[in-house]
Design a protein. Structure first.
Length: 393
């Protein structure tokens, strides 16, 4: 591992991350290699970022090809990689326009600004998020979240921001009205514990949107780019938000986010009202286009198939250990296991068996492997999970 490297990190970098004790030498596909020659099966995927796994040849080729032309020239110029990716995003979503960011929280922040400008012109003042939601670490995002760890001692937060219970239909009726500008929602909560929205809850939300004329912002930062078996998770519900935020898997490993909007919002921002220095970087957009091409060429179907296989294997394991695996959650390759103990224990036990996982919301083991994961990878994961659970028990 090298204590020297760990001490250097502690000396040089602000200690905000609880790092895994792995010193990485390289990563390929669904595997991470450390400097001691150990090989780890990666079921975290860069926290749902590495959609095509690590060092995918198509992404490497796209990056190298663009590097030979230019990297950064600023948004003062017309750039083919930006436009080509935006055209593909429009084609795949049916939405109208794209604004690029560097990250998910920047996409959320830009969406808040866009929604507020739209709503202020109509005398609307209130925005809403849901309990358990996670939208980023900036002040706009934090203002729409109820996570004490991320918020304690950091206020005051933005005014006009409210949080209501997730999957609570009565709370929708009691809270939303003519003053509502927008509601931001994860259709499948990640940090909140891999909790899916109920269909009736979504139907009610969209009916109230029509009644009171507010916007719905779909946070697809973690759930987008095929993660749930659909390109965007809201497709499971037969609805379409007015604004969609994307990032993580979109860049295939490079920083890239996006705001997608419906046609009715095209003219809300005028030139100069919003911008970014790095957003829409040509190299990142080239990588993003490579990701979308592979998604269209059978990868989405693979996500559904392998995701279904993993769910069935987990169901079998749950039948063996019903008092330990309390609930299985999620869709596609974004799944969670509710345990009867703190999931961080299982993360450590799995790491000992060279499988990388992640804990979300205390007792939930979060599984977001690269979308290229195979059935045989799932079997390796299940074997390690069974042994780790028996060890803990």
């Amino acid at each position: 591992m090298g204590n020297n490297l760990i001490e250097r990190e502690k000396s040089a970098i602000l200690q905000t991350y609880k790092r895994l004790p792995i010193e990485i030498s390289k990563a390929e596909g669904c595997r991470i290699y450390d400097t001691k020659g150990n090989v780890y099966l990666d079921f975290l995927g860069g926290i749902a970022v590495n959609a095509l796994g690590h060092s995918h040849p198509a992404i490497i080729h796209a990056i190298k090809s663009q590097l030979d032309k230019f990297m950064h020239v600023s948004n003062y110029y017309y750039q083919e990689p930006q436009i080509k990716l935006a055209e593909k995003l429009k084609e795949m979503t049916g939405l109208s326009k794209v604004f690029y960011t560097n990250s998910g929280t920047e996409a959320v922040e830009g969406s808040i600004k866009l929604a507020r400008r739209w709503g202020n012109a109509q005398g609307k003042t209130e925005m809403y998020g849901f309990s358990g939601g996670f939208h980023g670490r900036t002040y706009g995002a934090l203002s729409l979240m109820d996570k004490p760890l991320y918020k304690d001692g950091m206020g005051p937060f933005l005014p006009g921001m409210n949080i209501i219970p997730y999957n609570d239909i009565s709370a929708l009726h009691n809270s939303l009205d003519e003053k509502t500008i927008a509601v931001i929602i994860e259709f499948l909560q990640g940090e909140g514990g891999i909790i899916a929205a109920n269909q009736d809850f979504i139907n009610t939300l969209f009916k109230l949107k029509e009644k009171y004329n507010f916007l719905i912002i779909g946070d697809e930062v973690q759930t987008g780019v095929g993660r749930t078996g659909k390109f965007l998770s809201y497709e499971h519900y037969g609805v379409k938000p007015d604004i969609v935020t994307m990032a993580k898997g979109l860049g295939g490993g490079l920083p890239l986010g996006a705001i997608l909007i419906s046609d009715k919002l095209e003219d809300v921002f005028q030139k100069g009202m919003h911008g970014t220095t790095y957003g829409g970087n040509a190299v990142a957009c080239s990588a993003g286009y490579a990701v979308l091409q592979l998604l269209e060429n059978g990868l989405l179907e693979q996500v559904e198939e392998v995701g279904g296989y993993m769910k069935n294997k987990l169901l079998e394991l749950q039948m063996e250990m019903p008092n330990t695996l309390l609930e299985l959650r999620g869709k596609g390759l974004m799944q969670g296991i509710l345990l009867d103990f703190d999931a961080s224990q299982l993360v450590e036990a799995m790491l000992f068996r060279r499988v990388i996982t992640n804990a979300a919301s205390g007792k939930v083991l979060r599984l977001v492997p690269p979308l290229i994961v195979t059935d045989s990878d799932v079997c390796i994961f299940i074997d390690a999970l069974r042994k780790s659970l028996n060890e803990i028990a």
